[in-house]
Design a protein around this ligand. Structure first.
Ligand code: HEM
Length: 457
C-alpha cells in the first residue's frame, strides 16, 4: 500500500517510502533542518520525508499550505507540545476555527498602530538604553547574547503588562526568569513525549519537559492584577471584557512571552555579530541619531530582513495536515492526512535566481527594486497567512530601536579572544539558542567590542 501511494512517487531517498526512521533519527541527533535542506538540494522543491510527510520549497506551496482560505491547513499534533499551563493557546490550537476565534481577541493589540503608540515606544527605548549603558560601562567583555535575551524579555513583558513588565537587565530575580525561559534544550524531551505519548508517564524526570516555576508565578500574579496600562495586551483584554477566562489569558501571555524572547534575542544576536564584521555597518546607521524616526531608516529594515533571512530564529518546518479530499500542492496531488511543510532555512536559499549567493549576508539585496516581489514572497522568517507571527511588528520595532540605539553611538567589532563560532545549530528547541557568550565591552574611543562565542539556533 505504501509503495503505490501518491507520496511514494515523490522524489526522496528510497527508505522514506516505507519508513519515518530517517526523519526521526535526524530530528533527535538533532539535524532535521540540514537533512531536509540537503534533500531539497538533491531532489528539488518537493521531497518525500517519510511515507506520510512531504517537504516543499516553493512560493506555490507556501500559498497553498499556509494561506489558502486565509490561514491554510490545520496544524499537526506537533504543536500540542506547546501548551501553557496545560491549555491550548492561539499558537498551539490545531484547527482553524478555534484559532480564528482566539485570534480575534488578541491580534489587534499587535497592530503596528498600537505598537507605535505610547507608552510602548518609550518603554522599548527605556529597555534599549540600559542595554547600551551596561555594555559601555564594563571595561571587560560582557555576554551580549544574554543581554539581548534580557532586552527581549523586558520589552515583551512591558508590552503585555506595562507598568508590570520585568527588568531582567538590572534585577537579579527577574534575570532568573529570563534564564528559566531561554536557551534550554528541551525540544528533544518534548519530542519523546510527542512520539511516545503512552510511555511518557514512565519517563524519568530528566526526560520530561523543563519546568518554569518562577515564570509561572510571575505570569499568574501579574495577570490577576487589574491595573495594566490601557494599551498593554492585558489592559486591552480586560477593557474589552474579553471572553477569555483568567486562566486562558495567563496561558496566552506566557506563550507570547516564550514566543518573544529567544526569537528576537537570537535574531539580534546574529545581527550584532554581522554588524561587527569589518565594513558591514552602513552609513545610514552610522549617521543616525537615537531620535531618527524608524521610517527614515530603510537600510536598517533591509539589514534586519537579511539577518532573519540568513539565520531565521525558527529555521525548521512548520507542519500542517492536508485536508480531507487531498490537495494539489505545487502541481503534485497529496492525499488527505499527509503532513506537509515548508522551512524558512531552505526557502531563503534554494532558489538562487531570487537569492543569489544565498549564504552571504548582503542587506543590499533588499534595496534593489528588481525582484523585490519574489524576495518578499519567499521571506518566511515570520511564516505567513492567518497563522503567521502575531508578534512580527513588535519584534521588528524592538530590533530597530535596539540597533539604532547601539549603532548611532558605537561601533562594534568581534573581540580578538572570541573562541566560539556562529554556526546555526539544529532545533535544540523551537525557540532556543544555546546560552552563548556574545560579549560586549567598551575599549578605547567609544568602541563597543563584541565578542561572540558559540551562537547556536
Ligand atoms: C524575530 C522575532 C520572531 C520571529 C522570527 C517569529 C517567528 C514566528 C513564526 C515563524 C511563527 C509561525 C510558526 C508556525 O506556524 O509554526 C510565529 C508565530 C507566533 N509568534 Fe512569532 N516570531 C517572533 C517574535 C514574536 C514575538 C515578539 C511575539 C509576541 C510577543 C510572537 C508571538 C507569536 C505568536 C502568538 C504566534 C502564533 C500565531 C498564530 O498561531 O496565530 N512572536 N512566530
Amino acid at each position: 500500500k505504501l509503495l503505490i501511494s501518491p507520496v511514494a512517487k515523490i522524489p526522496g531517498p528510497w527508505l522514506t517510502k516505507v519508513s519515518s526512521l530517517p526523519l526521526k533519527y535526524h530530528e533527535f541527533i538533532p539535524g532535521r533542518r540540514m537533512y531536509i535542506h540537503r534533500l531539497h538540494q538533491q531532489y528539488g522543491p518537493i521531497v518525500r520525508l517519510s511515507p506520510n510527510e512531504v517537504s516543499f520549497a516553493s512560493l506555490e506551496a507556501i500559498r497553498e499550505i499556509y494561506a489558502s482560505g486565509g490561514s491554510g491547513y490545520n496544524k499537526t499534533e506537533f504543536y500540542d507540545m506547546f501548551r501553557q499551563f496545560g491549555m491550548k493557546t492561539m499558537f498551539s490550537t490545531l484547527d482553524k476555527r478555534t484559532h480564528s476565534q482566539r485570534k480575534r481577541e488578541l491580534a489587534d493589540s499587535y497592530a503596528m498602530s498600537n505598537i507605535l503608540r505610547e507608552p510602548h515606544v518609550s518603554t522599548i527605548r527605556e529597555r534599549a538604553e540600559p542595554f547600551v549603558l551596561q555594555g559601555a560601562a564594563l571595561a571587560r567583555s560582557v555576554d551580549v547574547y544574554v543581554f539581548l535575551h534580557c532586552y527581549a524579555l523586558d520589552c515583551v513583558t512591558h508590552f503585555m503588562f506595562h507598568p508590570g513588565g520585568l527588568s531582567s537587565l538590572n534585577d537579579a530575580k527577574n534575570f532568573q526568569i529570563m534564564e528559566e525561559m531561554t536557551y534550554h534544550h528541551s525540544l528533544q524531551r518534548n519530542l519523546l513525549q510527542y512520539y511516545l505519548p503512552k510511555l511518557a508517564p514512565y519517563f524519568p524526570s530528566w526526560f520530561k519537559p523543563r519546568r518554569a516555576p518562577k515564570t509561572n508565578a510571575y505570569v499568574q500574579s501579574i495577570t490577576a492584577q487589574e491595573h495594566s496600562d490601557s494599551h498593554s495586551l492585558l489592559g486591552r483584554l480586560t477593557q474589552k471584557e474579553s471572553s477569555l477566562s483568567h486562566a486562558l489569558i495567563a496561558a496566552e501571555c506566557k506563550d507570547h512571552m516564550a514566543a518573544g524572547i529567544d526569537t528576537t534575542g537570537d535574531g539580534l544576536c546574529f545581527l550584532m555579530w554581522e554588524l561587527s564584521q569589518p565594513d558591514h555597518l552602513h552609513g545610514e546607521l552610522c549617521s543616525a541619531t537615537p531620535d531618527t524616526p524608524l521610517d527614515k531608516l530603510p537600510y536598517l529594515e533591509a539589514v534586519i530582513k537579511e539577518g532573519l533571512r540568513c539565520a531565521p530564529p525558527i529555521p525548521m518546518s512548520f507542519p500542517r495536515y492536508v485536508p480531507s479530499g487531498g490537495r494539489t500542492i505545487d502541481g503534485t496531488f497529496i492525499p488527505a492526512g499527509t503532513i506537509v511543510s515548508c522551512q524558512p532555512y531552505t526557502l531563503h536559499r534554494l532558489d538562487q535566481d531570487v537569492f543569489p549567493d544565498p549564504d552571504k549576508f548582503n542587506p543590499d539585496r533588499w534595496m534593489n527594486s528588481n525582484g523585490a516581489i519574489e524576495r518578499n514572497r519567499l521571506f518566511f522568517a515570520f511564516g505567513t497567512g492567518g497563522r503567521g507571527c502575531t508578534g512580527r511588528n513588535l519584534a521588528m520595532v524592538e530590533m530597530k530601536i535596539l540597533l539604532r540605539e547601539v549603532y548611532s553611538k558605537y561601533r562594534t567589532t568581534v573581540a580578538a579572544d572570541m573562541t566560539g563560532c556562529m554556526d546555526i545549530d539544529d532545533q535544540k528547541n523551537i525557540f532556543e539558542t544555546k546560552g552563548s557568550d556574545l560579549q560586549v565591552g567598551v575599549h578605547g574611543q567609544g568602541q563597543l567590542l563584541v565578542d561572540v562565542c558559540e551562537f547556536m539556533l
